[in-house]
Each structure stands twice: as structure tokens, then as C-alpha cells.
Write a protein that binds this ligand. Structure first.
Ligand SMILES: [Zn+2]
Length: 86
């Protein structure tokens, strides 16, 4: 299965969280590595959209949109840093 980078999901995640996530970092709860949302691996053709850690491929966030209602299932995420300093 192929994936695209996290830029594909920034718009929907920004709507869902109410803030711009284009510079946000995710700390993977499975492997502990920090990565930018833009560097995540995004699988678009799953039931929902699956955002995976680019290091260990753990599923971090599943986004489902039905009738303009966005639902996020967050797992394997230790932290989402919306304004990283570095
Ligand atoms: Zn990981």
C-alpha cells in the first residue's frame, strides 16, 4: 500500500483541531521519535485516513469524515506539540 506525506492531511487536521498544524510535531507513543506532521506517512485509501509514524509505522491518528463531521481516533501518540520551538 502506498502513502503520501503529511501535507495531505494538514488541512483536515487543522479544521479538526481548530489550529494550524502545519508546523506541529508529533511524538510517537510507540517508538518515542518526534516528527513533523508533514513528515508523517498518510494512507488515504483505508477505512478513513490513517496517519502513521514515519519511523516505526505505528498508526498514530485515524481521521474519518462523514457528512462534514470529522472524527479523530488518536492512538500511539505521546504528544502533539502545536508550536514547537525547534
Ligand atoms: Zn514511531
Amino acid at each position: 500500500m502506498t502513502y503520501v506525506d503529511g501535507n495531505a492531511i494538514i488541512g483536515a487536521l487543522s479544521i479538526a483541531t481548530g489550529t494550524d498544524v502545519s508546523l506541529a510535531d508529533i511524538v510517537c507513543g510507540a517508538c518515542g521519535q518526534r516528527h513533523g506532521v508533514a513528515h508523517a506517512h498518510v494512507y488515504l485509501r483505508c477505512p478513513g485516513t490513517v496517519i502513521r509514524c514515519p519511523v516505526c509505522t505505528a498508526a498514530e491518528i485515524v481521521l474519518v469524515e462523514i457528512d462534514h463531521h470529522i472524527q479523530l481516533t488518536i492512538s500511539n501518540v505521546a504528544t502533539i506539540d502545536f508550536a514547537p520551538t525547534s
